[in-house]
Design a protein around this ligand. Structure first.
Ligand code: PRP
Length: 208
C-alpha cells in the first residue's frame, strides 16, 4: 500500500489531476466531504488534509508522500525529504504595507502574519527588530485596522493587496508546490517513490 497526503484548497485540483493522469489514482477527489480514498486495485490510499497539515502526516509516516507548498516547509521545518519542485502553485512570500507607509526606526516593526517563523527569520536577516502578531487569515486587514505596520503573507496575483490598498515592500522568497516523502518510507519504498517523482517531473516539465 502506498499512502499519499493531498492538500485541500488551491493545490488540490492540480495535484489530483497529475496523479490521475499518471494512473496513481482512479478518481479525482470531488468537492465533497469524503476525505479518504482507498484504491485497492492500484494499491494506493490517499487523503485530503489542510495544506499546513500535509507535512505533519508525512513526517509521522501516516502518509509515505505528500504535496505541500514551500511556504509550509520553510515555516514548519518538518523532518521529511523534499524530493521535487512541482513548479505549480507559484506565488511569493512578501512583506507588504499600506500605500505611503513610512517605517519608524525608533521601535520594532509590528508584523501581522500566519508565518511567524518565516517573518522572524526575515526581519532578523535584515537586522530589524520585529514584534510578530500571529493571525490565522485575512492578514491584509491588520495594517488597515492599525494593529500592525506591515504583513508577511503569500502574494499570488496581487489582487488581495491591491483591493486593500497595500503594496509589496520586500520579497522574502518564491514559493511553489513540492513533493515530499517520509524518511523511512523512502528507505523502504525507494524504487516506487523515485518512479512517482520521475513521472511527476516529466509531467510538470511537459506542461511548460
Ligand atoms: C492567500 C494569501 C492572500 C491571498 C493572495 O490567502 O494569504 O490573502 O491568498 O492571493 P492573491 O495575490 O492572488 O490575491 P487565502 O486565499 O489562501 O486565504 P487565507 O487568508 O484565509 O489564508
Amino acid at each position: 500500500m502506498f499512502s499519499i497526503a493531498l492538500p485541500k484548497g488551491r493545490l488540490a485540483d492540480k495535484t489530483s489531476k497529475l496523479l490521475f493522469n499518471l494512473g496513481y489514482i482512479g478518481e479525482t477527489p470531488a468537492d465533497n466531504r469524503k476525505l479518504v480514498f482507498c484504491d485497492a486495485e492500484r494499491g494506493v490510499r490517499y487523503f485530503l488534509v489542510k495544506p499546513s497539515d500535509v507535512a505533519i502526516y508525512v513526517e509521522y509516516g501516516v502518509a509515505d508522500i505528500g504535496v505541500v507548498g514551500k511556504d509550509v516547509l520553510v515555516e514548519e521545518r518538518p523532518d521529511v525529504y523534499e524530493l521535487l519542485d512541482l513548479k505549480f502553485g507559484k506565488c511569493r512570500m512578501c512583506v507588504a504595507a499600506a500605500e505611503g507607509y513610512k517605517p519608524d526606526m525608533s521601535r520594532p516593526v509590528k508584523v501581522a502574519t500566519k508565518f511567524v517563523n518565516t517573518a522572524l527569520a526575515y526581519f532578523e536577516s535584515v537586522n530589524r527588530e520585529s514584534e510578530i502578531i500571529k493571525l490565522n487569515g485575512s492578514v491584509e486587514l491588520a495594517p488597515l485596522l492599525g494593529i500592525s505596520d506591515v504583513i508577511v503573507d503569500l502574494v499570488e496575483t496581487g489582487t488581495t493587496l491591491k483591493e486593500n490598498n497595500l503594496k509589496i515592500i520586500a520579497e522574502i522568497m518564491k514559493v511553489s508546490a513540492r513533493l515530499i516523502a517520509n524518511k523511512s518510507a523512502y528507505k523502504f519504498k525507494t524504487r516506487e517513490i523515485d518512479a512517482l517523482a520521475a513521472a511527476l517531473s516529466v509531467a510538470v516539465s511537459a506542461e511548460k
